[in-house]
Design a protein around this ligand. Structure first.
Ligand SMILES: *Cc1c(COP(=O)(O)O)cnc(C)c1O
Length: 394
């Protein structure tokens, strides 16, 4: 029996890899200098560590070190990318494009800009969660200055055609931002090949620490200019003032190094486990449907809706496995998932959904336990559903 509860919520956050933690620890205790102190060894050691981490982040993205700005996470990176770039571009136009199934950390900055008078278009996704190049192209006007489309969706794992959208943006002279948080360390992403101008990431979604992230800001072809969100000591070339969180930055760098070395092999292993989970559940449970794209999906994501069960009851029954759901009781807001609704999933099916997020530390034993646990819960709950009884003719 695996230890319980079993963690299958790796889109929400991941365990810090022990190798990441080990790399960080000396920077709390002996090597605690301020990387901006240039007159002594403590500062130099911290500065060297930040330089090395910046190289690792840059390498993972195919970027240059001077194109990386450290932030507190992807929320800040998205805000800096969106609000910071439009501020500089406002003479060229006032139209921004994003999509209805983005993360709140993109949608809410967009909504704020809309309230402030910017013209914001949110394009609809397809029923797989995919944001098509055609839908983006159709929304472009002469005054479009920024397009923001996530690389992979955090709820259903759908992988967007980032490269094609990037090519389109570059052909039209529009800045392209991608929230790459759920893609980093899972699928290949290259800011050059993918024509990305701004890319956001956060450490804790790929086995790094919480509270640290980065924004890639393209320096040439085109050079993207950003107006900072906060003013202060002029750190990060003026784009993000504030003393650098050296231990966290070291951890982020180590997480990137591990991602570079292990990503492809890990993706294969996690994909096998995901298939095992999907097949195991499909064999034991009738009337389940996959939310998202069957192929264009990050390896660790499985999002299923369970017909003929109450969403809240289903979530309440998940005592032994930590998963996320599209139902009201687990989320801070009582609405069903805006992502599933945007994909055209009906409200009951959105509520009766579970998001399984597999990761680096997920084992086969845990998957087998999860199959049994979910199947038994659904078998227990269905006889309580009037629609199920009507359907099965009892
Ligand atoms: C988690 C997540 C974020 C926010 O990351 P923070 O570390 O909380 O700032 C943004 N976008 C996506 C797609 C995410 O999954």
């Amino acid at each position: 029996m695996p230890a319980r509860p079993i963690y299958l919520d790796n889109h929400a956050t991941t365990k810090t890899d022990p190798r990441v933690l080990a790399a960080m620890l000396p920077y709390f205790t002996e090597l605690y200098g301020n990387s901006a102190s240039v007159s002594h060894r403590f500062g130099w050691d911290a500065g060297d560590a930040v330089d090395r981490a910046r190289e690792q982040v840059a390498k993972l993205l195919g970027a240059e070190t001077r194109e990386i700005v450290f932030t507190s996470g992807a929320t800040e990176a998205n805000n800096l990318a969106i609000k910071g770039s439009v501020e500089v571009l406002k003479k060229r136009g006032n139209h921004l494009i994003s999509a209805t199934n983005e993360h709140k950390a993109v949608l809410d900055p967009m909504k704020r800009l809309a309230r402030e008078g910017w013209n914001v278009t949110l394009v609809d996704c397809e029923d797989t969660g995919l944001v098509s190049v055609e839908s983006i192209e159709a929304a472009i006007t002469d005054s479009t200055i920024l397009i923001s489309v996530m690389a992979a969706n955090n709820e259903v794992g759908t992988i967007n055609p980032t490269r094609e959208i990037g090519e389109l943006c570059h052909a039209k002279g529009i800045i392209f931002h991608t929230d790459a948080t759920q893609a980093i360390g899972k699928i290949p992403l290259d800011v050059q090949a993918d024509h990305i101008d701004l890319a956001s990431l956060t450490g804790h979604k790929f086995y790094g620490p919480k509270g640290i992230g980065a924004l890639f800001i393209r320096r040439k072809d085109p050079q993207v200019r950003i107006s900072p969100l906060f003013d202060g000591g002029g750190h990060e070339r003026g784009m993000r003032s504030g003393t650098l969180a050296v231990p966290l930055i070291v951890g982020l760098g180590e997480a990137c190094r591990l991602a570079i070395e292990e990503r492809d092999e890990e993706a294969r292993r996690i994909l096998d486990l995901r298939e095992r989970l999907h097949e195991g559940l499909a064999q034991r449970i009738e009337a389940i449907s996959l939310n998202g794209h069957s192929l264009l999906r990050v390896p660790g994501n499985l999002n299923l809706s369970f017909g003929y069960v109450d969403g809240e009851a289903l979530m309440m029954a998940m005592r032994e496995i930590a998963v996320s759901s599209g139902s009201a009781c687990s989320a801070a807001n009582p609405e069903p998932s805006h992502v599933l609704l945007a994909m055209g999933v009906d409200e009951d099916m959105a509520r009766a959904s579970l998001r399984f997020g597999l990761g680096r530390f997920t084992t086969e034993e845990e998957i087998d336990f999860a199959i049994k646990h979910v199947a038994e819960a659904v078998e227990r709950l269905r006889p309580m559903s009037a629609s199920w009884m009507a359907r099965s003719g009892n």
